[in-house]
Design a protein around this ligand. Structure first.
Ligand code: GLN
Length: 244
């Protein structure tokens, strides 16, 4: 099928509260990589209190936030829990970063109390002593290139039997102990990698776009793009933190 007849609609959830460290760059990256291939791309921002129709969405982005912002967002999330869960179970594509990742789970327990999560994936997060802050490098089944990024979180996420996003080559990951980072459930990726994640890791961006297009239009191949600059940057980070 000709990709120029295709369209992707991205739902950016709560950018008014969840937008730490330029998570918005992930939206720009998805839009651009679609447009460069002639695929129409649109982003709809939903701020707290807005009605969300998940039927019209192909990719949902939930960004990072501070504990305070997460507690506010949590009230809104619980109102849309049922529709969001239907979207996920129907293989809807979701990319959730840091605070957003924590909110996918059952709960996030902090020293100040309990933030109830969306319960979309069977994971949970608890605040423990000290923050895990550093560059991070992963090896993931979803990409040939190593995945590079930056993490900064006080919460430790436990993914039970779920599949991780990647194996930690450098950095802390989910809990600083397991050696794994993030979670993959159906077409949902949850990860602590800010940075923003997708411009630094174009293969993950394409993975999300491809999953979203295939859900809508059936099996297809994405046109390759020239990622030589991204590859060079990726190799530099890999060499700096893993190889040397
Ligand atoms: N508030 C969460 C934590 O510290 C998430 C922070 C973030 O999104 N960077 O664990």
């Amino acid at each position: 099928m000709d990709t120029t007849d295709m369209k992707i609609t991205i739902g950016h959830l709560y950018p008014d509260l969840l937008n730490l460290y330029g998570d918005r760059g992930n939206i720009a990256c998805m839009m651009k990589r679609c447009q460069w291939r002639g695929i129409e791309a649109e982003t709809i921002e939903f701020n707290t209190g807005d009605e969300i129709d998940f039927c019209g969405l192909d990719i949902v982005l939930l960004g990072g936030g501070s504990d305070r912002e997460q507690a506010i967002v949590c009230q809104n999330l619980l109102k849309i829990q049922k529709q969001f869960q239907e979207y996920v179970e129907d293989n809807g594509v979701v990319i959730a970063v840091c605070g957003g990742y924590q909110l996918l789970g059952r709960y996030y327990k902090t020293d100040d109390g309990m933030i109830e999560g969306l319960n979309l994936v069977d994971i949970y997060t608890e605040q423990e002593e000290g923050r895990l802050i550093d560059n991070i490098v992963l090896q993931s089944e979803l990409a040939d290139m190593p995945i590079v990024g930056f993490e900064n979180h006080g919460g430790r996420t436990y993914i039970n039997g779920n599949k991780p996003f990647g194996k930690v080559l450098y950095g802390s990951g989910n809990d600083g102990k397991s050696g794994y980072e993030g979670v993959v459930y159906k077409n949902v990726i949850g990860t602590y990698l800010h940075g923003p994640l997708l411009p630094k890791n174009p293969q993950i961006c394409d993975y999300l776009i491809q999953r979203a297009l295939e859900r809508k239009y059936g099996p297809m191949t994405l046109l390759p793009l020239d990622d030589s600059q991204e590859q060079e940057a990726n190799e530099y980070i890999y060499r700096r933190f893993v190889k040397e």
